[in-house]
Structures are given as C-alpha cells and as structure tokens.
Design a protein around this ligand. Structure first.
Ligand SMILES: Cc1cc2nc3c(=O)[nH]c(=O)nc-3n(C[C@H](O)[C@H](O)[C@H](O)COP(=O)(O)OP(=O)(O)OC[C@H]3O[C@@H](n4cnc5c(N)ncnc54)[C@H](O)[C@@H]3O)c2cc1C
Length: 411
C-alpha cells in the first residue's frame, strides 16, 4: 500500500490528514509526524503570554483529532529529509514514503541583528508564550518602573501588546509599567487596510501603549535595545515579533527555497524538483494569481490543506492528475486586540465589537468542526471560493449568531 507521510500537525498538516483519511479510507496509509502530541491553536497564544488563557486550553491532543480515523501518528522530531532515498530521518527512527507533504510552519526571523536571537524572546508556540507569561508575572509584582518592549507591529506584535497592556492595567502596578511597540516602517500592521490600521492605533493608544514608528533596531544587549537613531530603551522583557521565516529543515540534496527559507511550490503545492514532495502552510512559498506570495496565515494553511487533500485523493482514486490550481482570496481578517476584543475587515468593511467577536468565534468553531469530521460537514464550504459556498457560509454564520444569541438570552 502507498505511504503518504505528512510532517507537522499544525493547521496545514492536521487538516490535510483528517481530510485525506476521510477521502482515501483504505487506499493509502497515512502517517502524521509531529514533535508534540498536541495541535496548537496559535491564534490565541498571545492570550497565554498574558495569562488570559492557560496553555492547556490551547493544546488539543492529536489523538482526539484523529480518533477513529485511519491515521498513524508518530511523535518525534524530524531531523532530516532525504528526497533521493524517499526517506525521513526522525529522532526515533527512519520512515520511507511514497508522497511527502512538508508542513513544518515557520520560525522567527532576526534579520542578522546582533543580539536579537540571544536577548529577546520569540512568540511562535505555546511554549514561547508560557515563558513570556512567567517573565511578565514576575515584572508586575515588582514595584519599580519598567518597560516591556515588543519589536514588530505586525499582527502578532499588536495582538500581544494589546493583551499584555490589558493584563498590566488589571494589576496593582499598572502605573509603573509601560508597553512599547517598536516598528521599522511608518505604519503598524504593514499590508493591512488603512481603515483597520487607524482603528487599531486608536485602541492601542487608549490602552496606554507607546508606538515607535520608523524605528530600526541596530542591536540588542541584555535588557537594552539600541535603535539606529541613537535611542536606547532599557527593558527587562524584550519580545521579538518582527519577522517570520520558513522553518529550517535539513533537506539533502536541498530543494529550492526563498531567501526566507520557505519551500518554493507551484499552484499545485508541488516542489519544483520532486513530483512526490509537496509543501503547504507557512513553510511553503506559493504565488497567487497576481504573482504575490500568499502570507503566512492559518486561513491559507487550511485552504491549501483542503485543496491538496482533494488533489491527492483524486489522483489516488481516479488515477487522474487534477488540472485545477489552488486559488484563494482572503475575504475576512480578524485581529485580536485584547482578551475579549477584536477588530476586523469583512468584505472591505471594518467590523468591531460583538460582530467581530462573533466572527472570530464562528471561525474557530467551524475550524474545529471541520477538523473533527474530516471535512464532512456543511460548514466546510467556508473553505471554498465559489459563490454558492459563500452564500452557504453566510447562512451558516447567520445560524451560528442566532443560536449564540439564544444561548446568551437563556443565561
Ligand atoms: C500570535 C499569533 C497569532 C496568529 N493569529 C492568526 C490569525 O488570527 N489568523 C490567521 O489566519 N493566522 C494567524 N496566525 C498565523 C498562523 O498561526 C499560522 O499561519 C499557522 O499556524 C500556519 O500553519 P502551519 O500548519 O503552516 O504551521 P504551524 O501551525 O506552526 O504547525 C507546524 C507544526 O510543525 C511541527 N514541527 C515544527 N518543526 C518540527 C520538527 N522538526 N519535527 C516535528 N514537528 C515539527 C510543530 O510542532 C507544529 O505542530 C497567528 C500566528 C501567531 C504566532
């Protein structure tokens, strides 16, 4: 029986495996590998860093997601991939494959800035979030003036800054601690709609966050950040959210990657060198129909996973190589700006308050449902692009909000 091996059980890998297993049944063996035995709900890890969620709330045991499905899970670290031998080297063993899908996500990019990797903390996992939480919990106990510094005003930096400010504002020491966000460009949320940027900047100011625009970091030392314009900021907690690159996995012989370490794939999620190696999610560099790279987002990862599950199963079941390319346009983006506060853009309209909260809840709910059913329920239409699916998605959302409102009324 053919062996399909998926490395990484994040948004891309877990969604791909559950969808593949419901389509392929006994046609191929599906093996999923991850170093952790849990799937991480990354969208909320800044809330772990700020103590509004516990680590356990965001860890979903992989066993519960693949229960009853024909997926073999191996918990191990992937050390190396040997494409010519169709083999993956794990810490625990070596595995051969017929098809390999690489979904190892991303890691922090430090732009070769001296001291950045040594003296700052990253935020790319629940583990990283717990380390930040331990630090901030100590800081809020001390009755001395302190600065928290976040480098990077992208979505991660903004969500983290808002949540930390909220946590600090609830503490006795709120007047002693300031949250600062350092941004190299002239604007926060680079690449987002201007309406959202303005709205979010207002929210940050109300929370007492100081934003430094056009501020390039020159180097970092222990507890001190040096900016190119000569400014020095002392801080006992510096967090680096300024850049993302593809997860650095050893592949021998190497396959084509971007300068940011993302694996270059075509519109079928396939690598240029190997017909049987695919890559999806943050680690994959795929261009959209306008020639721009898809951004590293969970919503892209799950859509690529759903596309690839269809592609591979079509090939395995009907022995036809599908012609349809992956194509997806982002229609909604929601940003967390505090423990229970969201701002977003839906079909070009700014949404906030209860509506934004509801969209966020709906998205998470849909994701979990689709994951558990391997794509077999109606809300999976959210992951499609066509008009019919969009209407269905709208109706499902209306139903969801209706039942949520009833739930609230009955409390
Ligand atoms: C704070 C924060 C907030 C975010 N909010 C949003 C949001 O609101 N909306 C959105 O669309 N996106 C959001 N994102 C981005 C989103 O989390 C990523 O795009 C998404 O996780 C990518 O999915 P993935 O499967 O490619 O990678 P991941 O989800 O990171 O999964 C990678 C998997 O690979 C495993 N792995 C890595 N290396 C190895 C190894 N060597 N051996 C074995 N296993 C390994 C990891 O354990 C992990 O399970 C956010 C990210 C962060 C950090």
């Amino acid at each position: 029986m053919s062996k399909i091996v998926v490395v990484g059980a994040g948004y891309a890998g877990i969604f791909l495996c559950t969808n593949l297993s419901s389509k392929l049944k006994d046609i191929a063996e599906i093996i999923l590998i991850d170093r952790n035995d849990y799937h991480q709900l990354m969208q909320e890890i800044h809330l772990v860093a700020s103590g509004f969620r516990t680590s356990e709330q965001l860890k979903i045991p992989i066993s519960s997601l693949i229960y009853g499905k024909k997926i073999k899970f191996i918990q191990s670290n992937v050390k190396k991939i040997l494409p010519d031998k169709k083999t993956i080297v794990l810490d625990s063993e070596e595995i051969e494959y017929d098809e390999l899908i690489i979904c190892l996500g991303s890691s922090t990019k430090y732009f070769n800035i001296p001291g950045a990797d040594k003296y700052t903390l990253p935020l790319r996992s629940i583990y990283d979030a717990s380390i930040i939480y331990n630090h901030i919990s100590e800081i809020i106990k001390e009755e001395v003036k302190n600065n928290i510094v976040i480098v990077g005003a992208g979505a991660t930096g903004i969500s983290l800054g808002s949540a930390l400010a909220e946590m600090i504002n609830l503490s006795k020491n709120k007047d002693n601690i300031k949250v600062n966000i350092i941004e190299a460009t002239s604007t926060i949320l680079y690449g987002w709609d201007l309406k959202i940027k303005n709205k979010v900047e207002d929210i940050l100011k109300k929370k007492g966050i100081r934003i430094f625009h056009n501020s390039l970091v020159e180097r970092v030392d222990e507890n001190i950040l040096f900016l190119k314009d000569g400014l020095e900021i002392k801080s006992s907690l510096i967090i680096w959210t300024a850049g993302v690159r593809g997860f650095n996995i050893d592949i021998e012989p190497t396959i084509e990657k971007t300068n940011d370490g993302r694996i270059i794939v075509d519109e079928y999620c396939k690598t240029n060198q190997y017909e049987n190696i695919y890559s999806i999610g943050d680690i994959a560099a795929m261009k959209n129909s306008k020639g721009a790279l898809y951004p590293p987002l969970a919503q892209i990862a799950v859509r690529q996973a759903r596309y690839l599950a269809d592609y591979i199963s079509e090939y395995y079941i009907n022995k036809v190589v599908p012609k349809e390319k992956f194509d997806y346009e982002i229609k909604a983006q929601i940003l967390s700006v505090g423990n229970n506060e969201y701002v977003g853009l839906l079909n070009n309209y700014v949404v906030s308050g209860d509506i934004a909260k509801m969209i966020d809840e709906f998205t998470k709910n849909t994701y979990m449902k689709s994951l558990k059913t391997g794509g077999k329920n109606i809300s999976v239409n959210l992951y499609e692009n066509d008009f019919f699916s969009q209407v269905l998605a709208g109706m499902t959302f209306a139903g969801f909000t209706f039942f949520k409102s009833l739930e609230k009324l009955s409390k």
